[in-house]
Design a protein around this ligand. Structure first.
Ligand code: 5GP
Length: 208
């Protein structure tokens, strides 16, 4: 996507999805193709998977460290998800937005709800697969989770899906290309909103 000159203000994009919906692959492509968008790496007490790296996928920390960060007010939101803690760094989000960059958060619906209530801004996107059966199939094919964790994630998926109406956009991941097109369309359209343009003549002058 070409850089559009109306991309003046940093925007917050919050993406949630049940496990197996394909969110990580979609978000990675969006980040690859849109350099103004930066990913906020979360903190978690979950153990890293075989293909994950510290400070890349997450900051992997232990429970006492996580609790200290809560007490010190370092999280803009945090939640317990599938039996582990996850949280978003306040400093990361505020500094990227402050510099005029866009931030992408990949967080669960509890965290999204907290952010919406406390910040009052942001673009909230829910990604899902066409059916629970399909989610289960994708989760099994991924082979990243033991059976008990997979069951827990599927149970939670049913609950998370019910919260869809709290989001601004729903992306149904039937196939990757279509879902990606929808996700990038949302990203582009959100930057073309008249509410973000303070002065149309100023904007038109930039085209000279
Ligand atoms: P996973 O263990 O599969 O990486 O992530 C499990 C869930 O935790 C996903 O729904 C993911 O979006 C969510 N998650 C990841 N980081 C955060 C975070 O910083 N805050 C919250 N609330 N949820 C997060």
């Amino acid at each position: 996507m070409s850089e559009h000159k109306t991309f003046k203000q940093g925007k917050l994009f919050v993406v949630s999805a049940p496990s197996g919906a394909g969110k990580t692959t979609l978000c990675n492509k969006l980040l690859e193709n849109n350099k103004a968008l930066r990913y906020s790496i979360s903190y978690t007490t979950r153990k890293p998977r075989f293909d994950e790296a510290d400070k890349v996928d997450y900051f992997f920390i232990d429970v006492p460290e996580f609790k200290k960060m809560i007490d010190d007010g370092e999280f803009i939101e945090w939640a317990e998800v599938h039996g582990n803690y996850y949280g978003t760094s306040r400093l990361t989000v505020e500094s990227i937005i402050g510099e005029g960059g866009d931030v992408l958060l990949d967080i669960d619906p509890q965290g999204a709800r907290q952010l919406k209530a406390t910040l009052g801004y942001g673009v909230y996107i829910f990604i899902t697969a066409p059916s629970i059966k399909e989610l289960e199939k994708r989760l099994r094919n991924r082979r990243t989770e033991p059976e008990d964790v997979m069951k827990l994630r599927l149970d939670n998926a049913r609950k998370e899906i019910r919260l869809f109406s709290e989001y601004d956009y729903i992306i149904m991941n039937r196939n990757f290309d279509e879902a990606y097109k929808h996700l990038e369309s949302v990203y582009i359209a959100e930057h073309l909103k008249t509410e973000d343009v303070k002065d149309i003549y100023e904007l038109m002058k930039e085209e000279d």
